[in-house]
Ligand binder design. Structure first.
Ligand code: HPA
Ligand code: MG
Length: 181
């Protein structure tokens, strides 16, 4: 498939296929089930919109009782490279004493997850961990590592399986690189 991005034709090259993703989600969920056990309730905090599709597949493989919550973060690019980040929706109210697993689509610079974790620290949770479908180690600007990572990737921009380009292509069933045609 080819798509037009700012007047440049790009090839959409599959990086992780549907079955690659399905297989990796099975492995991740087995690890999460082992780590948390089946007794305690786990709050799944989905970071919208990117992690929606990943989370919906992941939670169906989890063995413990879960509560599903969402949060939306927006980063406003200012004139400085750091920009500004805000919560668009408030954090779930009653997280006190609960185990929380944050589900992200990607840890890129790490800025948004770093911001969210700082906000979550005010909630007196019992524990907070992060599960991200993708991780771009070379792009990190914050010393933070997700507890569960689907795939590590290079610095290239990727789309699909929840990840967007200007709001589009989240519905692709695979993760793809965009490469100049
Ligand atoms: N693709 C889509 N959205 C993103 C990416 C990416 O590579 N990095 C951060 N947000
Ligand atoms: Mg995006």
């Amino acid at each position: 498939m080819q798509i037009q991005v700012n007047n440049t034709l790009m090839n959409v090259k599959v990086l992780f296929s549907e079955s690659d993703i399905r297989e990796r989600i099975k492995q991740l969920s087995e690890q999460i089930n082992l780590d948390y056990g089946t007794e305690n309730t786990l709050v799944i905090l989905i970071v919208l919109h990117g992690a929606l599709i990943f989370a919906s597949d992941l939670v169906r493989n989890l063995a413990m009782p879960t509560e599903i919550e969402t949060v939306r973060i927006k980063s406003y690019e200012g004139t400085t490279s750091s920009g500004n980040i805000n919560l668009v929706t408030p954090l779930p109210k009653d997280l006190v004493g609960k185990h929380v697993l944050v589900i992200e689509d990607i840890v890129d610079t790490g800025r948004s997850i770093n911001f969210l974790l700082n906000e979550l620290k005010k909630s007196n949770t019992k524990s907070i961990k992060v599960c991200s479908l993708l991780d771009k180690p070379e792009a990190h600007e914050y010393p933070l590592k997700a507890d569960y990572i689907g795939f590590q990737i290079a610095k290239n921009f990727v789309i699909g399986y929840g990840l967007d380009l200007d709001g589009k292509y989240r519905n692709l069933p695979y993760v793809a690189d965009l490469i100049k045609a």
